[in-house]
Ligand binder design. Structure first.
Ligand code: AMP
Ligand code: ZN
Ligand code: FE
Ligand code: FE
Length: 281
């Protein structure tokens, strides 16, 4: 099943059941190894709970598992996702902040089901918790619960009708600013990278993020075009930033397989990240 093309390649963006992915850390790592990847970063939203299981599975399956995180930060009405690599999971400041964010996710999830109830949609919060399998609660879990109830046909429709900003059920939650997210990752010994810049509304934000101390750019991502990938890798080179890339796999199966490994970078990109990370033992 392994693909020779993925030998020596790394997928540096993925989600597990610890946040809004569909596969457990062990299942995801086993898929990554079966596809022939040399390394996989687990970058769940606002939690490091899947990392240890992933690392153990990686040791058994012969694949390097890199500890990571994705923080969905916000400035004004713009969402900016920041990836952190090689963060110290034992950092109290990191874990205290992540707990605060997850508590807010939980509160927001309840509020959103209450708002759905006001529209006549009876979705118990228990159903959302069942979808989240004990992981950090997110809108994708509410979307999947709405699909399971037959209220919408798919997750996309759930977001468009109910869950996107401006929709009836949308509710804000506590978020860090990009600057706070970058600082938190760096102070936890990690390396802060701007996730999928191609999804930002405006490339001029790149300059602000540079001033905030971003250390790398995810030039390669499932939702980037070739033109965008070229533009962001050139930008990274010009500004002496690290270049990363990954599939952002959430475990959905396409032709029976998850998309993990569909977007990769070489191991030299990991070596460059390791040189900058302070938390390498
Ligand atoms: P939350 O962190 O709870 O606000 O949910 C945000 C997450 O939902 C993102 O990280 C994506 O994984 C997912 N998401 C956002 N918009 C959509 C969409 N239109 N369709 C499917 N998933 C989405
Ligand atoms: Zn997600
Ligand atoms: Fe993201
Ligand atoms: Fe992601």
């Amino acid at each position: 099943m392994g693909n020779d093309m993925l030998k020596g390649k790394a997928d540096l963006h993925s989600h597990t059941t610890a946040s809004d992915g569909l596969l457990s850390p062990k299942e995801l790592v086993e898929w990554a190894a079966a596809k022939g990847l040399a390394a996989l970063a687990i970058t769940d939203h606002d939690t490091t709970a899947g990392i240890n299981e992933g690392i153990s599975a990686g040791k058994k399956a012969g694949i390097e598992v890199i500890p990571g995180i994705e923080l969905n930060t916000q400035i004004g009405s713009i969402e900016i996702h920041i990836l952190g690599y090689f963060i110290d999971m034992k950092s109290c400041r990191l874990q205290d902040t992540l707990t605060k964010i997850r508590d807010s996710r939980d509160h927001r999830g309840r509020l959103m089901t209450e708002r759905l109830a006001l529209c006549g949609i009876k979705l118990g919060y228990d159903e959302v918790l069942r979808q989240s399998k004990g992981g950090a609660v997110g809108r994708p879990h509410i979307a999947r619960a709405l699909v399971a109830l037959g209220i919408v046909d798919n997750v996309q429709e759930a977001f468009e009708k109910y869950l996107n900003p401006g929709c009836v059920a949308y509710s804000e939650r506590y978020r860090l600013t990009p600057s706070e997210g970058i600082t938190l990752i760096k102070e936890s010994g990690g390396v802060a990278v701007l996730a999928h810049p191609g999804l930002l509304p405006d490339d001029s934000l790149l300059y602000s993020l540079c001033r905030m101390g971003i250390q790398g750019i995810e030039a390669y991502h499932s939702k980037h075009t070739q033109v965008q990938s070229d533009f962001y890798s050139n930008f990274a080179n010009e500004h002496k930033l690290l270049i990363t890339g990954g599939s952002d796999c959430h475990g959905e199966l396409i032709n029976g397989k998850p998309i993990v490994g569909n977007v990769t970078v070489g191991l030299s990109n990991i070596d460059a990240i390791k040189k900058v990370a302070k938390n390498i033992t």
